[in-house]
Design a protein around this ligand. Structure first.
Ligand code: AMP
Length: 363
């Protein structure tokens, strides 16, 4: 196996803000990021050493890219499996294809979680419109219909409150293979970011509490307002998932906290995650650096938090406030270099930092 050393080039599939922050973390460690994505002028390309602009099914360009880099990773999970399989034949690829296959398909993901003893919402497969009524009978109402693949930020989802909505729901999600999930009456939503090294070593960040607006993450607050036993349990779940997947890199596990502290896993993301952006400013080693360390076969860094933190996404025109935000001496501003501030587009984030314990009152 090639030993990865500073000065080498690492390949990143995807040119968005996560690729950008991975490239910046790689650069801090003396590595050179090579971004592969179909878009010109992507946020990641602006800070990278090299860029390949090509489609994810361009075999010749994929081969050239794989040959140019010491290893390949990715910043989003909806990459065609054929693309990663092709790359993995020519270069080490982390996290592996198995983890990607599980996270790309909500049905496989739920079955996997249950197989390792982790609680999920009740679910039933819905392959055709004709399966809807039977699924509603099994799961009950209210329930959420979700496409098995390619859903994000609430896209490809329909909330059913009444059995008469079956046809409407099926049409709304685009008549694609789906799962029907029982509605979880949660108290709060949390996530855990965990890193796993090639050696099996684990580093787990503190639990973040997440609030959404229009189905998009709005605020992540650390620590989450949950009991210590619940937080410990959330971290144990994340570590169990990473180990069971034989995972290498950073993984995010999103969970619902129900009354009494019961934890239900909603989904896993085989990558660095928006709800872990606070780690850049509140920890010695961020989720991005941790991912780079893990895939390079290096030891993981300290995931310990030196501050309490509140991260707010800047969506659409919210980033136009940059001149005010940059004057805040208690916050760190991150802008992603995106051109047009379309509604719903993640343009940047701002992390407010507080002394350790300051946000824990009443938590
Ligand atoms: P997802 O795309 O699975 O992350 O879902 C987006 C959001 O929809 C979640 O963050 C929850 O707020 C909500 N949601 C998803 N699934 C359920 C469920 N089974 N019960 C209640 N709320 C849900």
């Amino acid at each position: 196996m090639t030993v990865i050393a500073p000065g080498m080039e690492i390949g990143i599939l995807g040119g968005g803000q996560l690729g950008r922050m991975l490239a910046l973390a790689a650069a801090r460690l003396g590595l050179k990021a090579h971004i592969y994505c179909p878009e010109d002028e992507s946020p990641a390309a602006q800070v990278a050493h090299a860029v390949t602009v090509a489609d994810y099914d361009d075999r010749a360009m994929l081969d050239k890219f794989a040959d140019a880099v010491a290893l390949v990773t990715y910043e989003f999970e909806n990459i065609p499996l054929a693309t990663v399989k092709r790359l993995a034949r020519r270069a080490p690829l982390w996290p592996g294809i198995d983890a990607l296959g599980v996270a790309q398909d909500r049905l496989r993901e739920k079955r996997f979680l249950q197989s390792i003893g982790i609680e999920t919402a009740p679910f039933a497969a819905v392959d055709t419109q004709a399966d809807m009524a039977a699924a509603v009978d099994v799961i009950g109402l209210p329930a959420v219909l979700k496409t098995r693949t390619l859903g994000y930020d609430g896209k490809g989802q329909f909330m059913l409150r009444d059995g008469a909505q079956c046809d409407e729901a099926w049409l709304a999600i685009g008549q694609a293979p789906a799962i029907l999930e029982g509605f979880v009456g949660f108290e709060r939503e949390v996530s855990v970011i965990v890193a796993r090294a090639i050696s099996g070593e684990l580093a787990c960040y503190d639990v973040a509490e997440n609030e959404h607006r229009n189905h998009i993450l709005d605020l992540s607050t650390v620590p989450a307002a949950i009991e210590k036993a619940t937080a410990d349990q959330a971290q144990t779940i994340a570590k169990t998932v990473a180990t069971a997947l034989n995972y290498v890199g950073v993984l995010a596990v999103e969970m619902f906290v129900c009354p009494g502290g019961q934890l239900i896993v909603n989904e896993i993301a085989p990558r660095v995650h928006n709800s872990g952006h606070w780690t850049i400013d509140a920890c010695l080693v961020s989720q991005f650096e941790q991912h780079i360390r893990a895939i390079c076969g290096w030891p993981l860094g300290a995931a310990r938090r030196h501050s309490d933190a509140r991260m707010r996404n800047l969506i659409g025109e919210e980033a136009e406030d940059w001149a005010t935000l940059i004057g805040d001496r208690t916050a760190a501003l991150h802008l992603y270099g995106k051109g047009a501030a379309r509604p719903g587009r993640k343009m940047g984030h701002v992390t407010e930092i507080f002394p350790l314990g300051a946000l824990s009152t009443g938590r």
